[in-house]
Design a protein around this ligand. Structure first.
Ligand code: KIV
Length: 263
């Protein structure tokens, strides 16, 4: 299936529970998530924190995303692969298009960028070149330094109005879906109802968007040093990893009591 064919089926995915999306940064996880029939694999810039050990996403470069995207694409998943445009790789429409083309060549079916009205010319440039774009509104991790932290959005009528305007601008520019991050449930519902393309929520509450996205380490319980309050882990891989390492260590140390093998 071409990226355009994969994306075409997305436009109808309106209604709670229509899209299950997860972040994905490597080949084995991509194979497993594809086998589990997850709809979207996002090579998100959250990889900066949960894989590369940076404090936030502002340290992520295009080379980082390309490296991980190529690994995910090698799994040839049926799932839609979306890749993030990292900070300062889409400062103007020409640069945005150049970056999107590199991500597309590396295996992305679609790309994602953060922001609403101020990004509409960039979204237009990319979609007109035939590369599908997913928007991202609400709490924008690439703006964490300007905003001085991660804050919930849609708490006031003015904020909700700005979100609605942003969503419409993205829709008109040709976006096929929009990630809504950390909106109040009421604001997320209102944006979702107001646009014809699907919304994919994170930290917006249950059944407020058409789909849900989670950072894979939050689902697997494999990054215990920071767990967002809305995370719902379905596994405890950090604990299992520590236990497996401790057992292995014990097994190796126990060899000290065994006689050395002599040929
Ligand atoms: O990079 C990422 O993981 C994201 C999700 C939080 C939506 O953009």
């Amino acid at each position: 299936m071409t990226p355009q064919q994969k994306v075409a089926s997305f436009r109808d995915k309106k209604g709670p529970g229509s899209i299950a999306a997860l972040t994905c940064y490597d080949y084995p996880t991509a194979r497993l998530l594809d086998e589990a029939e997850i709809d979207v694999l996002l090579v998100g810039d959250s990889l900066g924190m949960v894989v590369l050990g940076f404090p936030d996403t502002t340290h992520v470069t295009l080379s980082h995303i390309l490296h991980h995207l190529e690994a995910v694409a090698r799994a040839k998943p049926k799932s839609l692969i979306i890749a993030d445009l990292p900070i300062h790789t889409y400062d103007d429409p020409a640069q945005a298009l150049e970056t999107a083309r590199k991500l597309s060549a590396a295996g992305a079916d679609a790309v994602k960028l953060e922001g609403g009205i101020r990004q509409s010319e960039k979204v237009k440039a990319i979609t007109e070149a035939g590369i599908p774009v997913c928007g991202h509104l609400g709490m924008l991790p690439q703006r964490v330094l300007e905003e001085g932290g991660y804050y919930k959005k849609g708490k006031t009528p003015e904020q909700t109005k700005a979100l609605l305007e942003g969503a419409n601008a993205l829709l008109e520019a040709g976006a096929f879906a929009i990630v809504l991050e950390s909106l109040t449930p009421a604001a997320a519902r209102s944006v979702t109802k107001s646009i014809s393309i699907p919304t994919i929520g994170i930290g917006c509450g249950d059944a407020t968007c058409d789909g849900e996205i989670a950072v894979i380490t939050d689902l697997l319980g494999s990054y215990p040093w920071f767990v967002p309050p809305f995370a719902k882990p379905e596994a405890q891989l950090a604990t299992q990893t520590s236990q497996a390492a401790a057992k292995y260590l014990q097994r190796v140390r126990a060899q000290a009591t065994q006689e050395r093998f002599r040929p």
